[in-house]
Design a protein around this ligand. Structure first.
Ligand code: NAP
Length: 283
């Protein structure tokens, strides 16, 4: 019988612990962790994600402040806002909601966020530390994936792990985290010659391609643990990158979409914000 890995339930458990941790941090230091969310324009998906993040912050006692700039905001306006937030002692974490409008230089903006407040883990300093295996802010979705595996009791060490997708946000960092936990990692992308050859070898399969139902049941091996990161809207319904119906007949465990990786991403953002507040409180 396949195990459905519920990120919703696991995320809730972690949020309960975080609520207590935030509470005791406030008591000890008098500081309330604060997250700034920078939103440029009105991308409908971004508005939904930002709303979820604000609600989650409230749930665990973190203050969230939204800074909404118009679609036509200039590069300097966004950079000035980031500078201001870097210097704001009530703000411990800064999140720039992606994607930014195309006229903006995304990497310049992300690089401007203080590495100490970079709760998304996108700053090159933090990316470099992740690669070196040093303590750092780990990007939220990859961190959430590892928590899902560990809390489900999936052993990573020695396993054949296959990651489909090589983005800076999901594919590459999750591959690094799996490697650090001693999996043998293969990363697939659009130039991979025979995708099914690789996915069929996986004992842990992470799919982050943004292609609805790319992975079908006949492309995976009996007993694999499948983490479906994809979020795709098809005919008004959210679906993953994995064809859940056929894959669940073969896998030993699988995440649903929605209710799998998504809630974990938001939960890890809360965790990173508390961590930022704690480490800034010590400086
Ligand atoms: P992305 O930047 O578009 O990257 C997609 C990656 O998948 C690329 O590396 C691409 O290869 C690869 N790819 C695309 N089609 C492929 C195919 N047919 N065969 C093999 N590889 C293929 O996307 P992303 O930001 O990583 O996000 C991936 C998905 O996860 C999206 O659906 C996104 O909405 C979702 N997501 C969910 C969460 C969450 O919290 N649940 C968070 C982040 C992202 P190339 O590099 O060769 O182009």
């Amino acid at each position: 019988m396949v195990q459905i890995i519920s990120g919703k339930e696991i995320g809730e458990e972690i949020r309960k612990d975080l609520t207590l941790e935030v509470e005791s941090f406030k008591k000890e230091t008098g500081i309330t962790p604060g997250l700034a969310v920078v939103l440029v324009g009105e991308n409908p998906a971004s508005l939904v994600y930002v709303g979820q993040k604000e609600k989650a912050c409230e749930q665990v006692g973190i203050i969230s402040r939204k800074y909404a700039l118009p679609e036509n905001a200039s590069q300097d306006e966004v950079l000035n806002l980031v500078d201001q937030l870097n210097n704001d002692s009530e703000i411990h974490g800064i999140l720039v909601q992606l994607p930014l409008p195309v006229h903006l230089n995304e990497s310049e903006i992300l690089n401007r966020v203080s590495p100490q407040k970079d709760v998304d883990g996108f700053h090159p300093v933090n990316v470099g530390k992740l690669l070196l295996g040093e303590e750092t802010f780990v990007p939220c979705t990859p961190q959430g994936i590892i928590e899902l595996l560990e809390r489900t009791g999936v052993e990573i060490k020695g396993k054949e792990a296959v990651v489909v997708g090589r983005s800076n946000i999901v594919g590459k960092p999750v591959a690094i985290l799996l490697l650090q936990r001693h999996a043998t990692v293969t990363i697939c992308h659009t130039r991979t010659r025979d995708l099914a050859f690789h996915t069929k070898r996986a004992e842990i399969l992470v799919v982050a391609a943004g292609k609805p139902h790319l992975i079908k049941g006949d492309m995976i091996k009996e007993g694999v643990v499948v983490i479906d990161v994809g979020v795709n809207r098809v005919n008004g319904k959210l679906v993953g990158d994995v064809d859940f119906e056929s894959a669940k007949e073969v896998a030993s465990a699988i995440t649903p979409v929605p209710g799998g990786v998504g809630p974990m991403t938001v939960t890890m953002l809360l965790k990173n914000t508390l961590r930022a507040a704690k480490s800034l409180a010590q400086t």
